[in-house]
Design a protein around this ligand. Sequence first.
Ligand code: TRP
Length: 341
Amino acid sequence: MDNNNTPKKVMLSGIKPTGDLTLGSYLGAIKNWAERAEQFDCYYFMADLHALTTRNNPADLRRRTREQLAQYVACGLDPEKNTLFLQSHVHEHAELGWVLNCYTMFGELSRMTQFKDKSAKNAENINGGLFTYPALMAADILLYQPDYVPVGEDQKQHVELTRDVAQRFNNLYGETFKVPEPWIPKVGARVMDLLDPTSKMSKSDEIGNGRVCLMDDPADIMRKFKRAVTDSESGAGCVRFDPENKPGVANLMQIYAACTGKSFTEIEQEFSAAGYGVFKPAVGEAVIETLRPIREDAARIIADKAYLEDIYTKGAQKATYVARKTLRKVYKKIGLVEKPF
Ligand code: TRP
């Protein structure tokens, strides 16, 4: 409840524990989540069930899930103010996921650009889970009746599908789900790969020179920024915001803006006389200083197993209470016999 005794609006987002969190995950998503806790009732979960659409080494998946949670907390998500949990600990996700599969059309799933991209990249493992992933994601969201779903641009289509599925269900059975809005943060929403500024900085990119991870050490970060792709311009005026013709520079400017709070105009002025040889290390330095406290905190939390366990136990208990209520309503509406025990 806020001061006027109206319930806070609800927000929910998830992230797959398939790789190390990157600068892109931080600037594009998590950074904006920390400040919201005062205003919203926030749920965040590690989407470990979603991670199963690709093959993982089990020990790695387990370690990454824990590490990622620790990194979230280090990024400023206060476990006292946010509900932080692991998707697989709230089994209502898988259950509602199945139900919503039956209300999501083959045609709709076939149109998902993420499915098309991922199946093109991974032709030897186009499994059913990869295809029906958006139905599980719809369940993740609709269980908590959120008002807003903060996601990167690449997930917008999935949130739109979620809205369609919710509306379809509500039309058939009466008001059951709140129809949520996607929430796309503005600055830094889409951090691109440093070596290929036309594709998003991915946490599952294997080589890793184009992405910066939260846990990278400063020397590594500087090296990656010094090597970042720009263009063939040089000297005064080359640092200017022109995403279409200068995607590498635009990406670096977005990163610098997000780390320093400066506007593009201010950045253009600051570097008006400089070439990329000055600009790139300046971006590297800003990133190093932004990530330093996060890296140190995360390392401390990862080492404290009991503390981490306490966070995800309390989070799952709270999430389960809400999720169960929605699932019970759904089961009843679609005609499943109520469980008497
Ligand atoms: N699909 C999202 C991603 O790949 C992760 C995710 C799973 C998610 N369930 C969600 C995001 C629910 C927001 C809401 O990044």
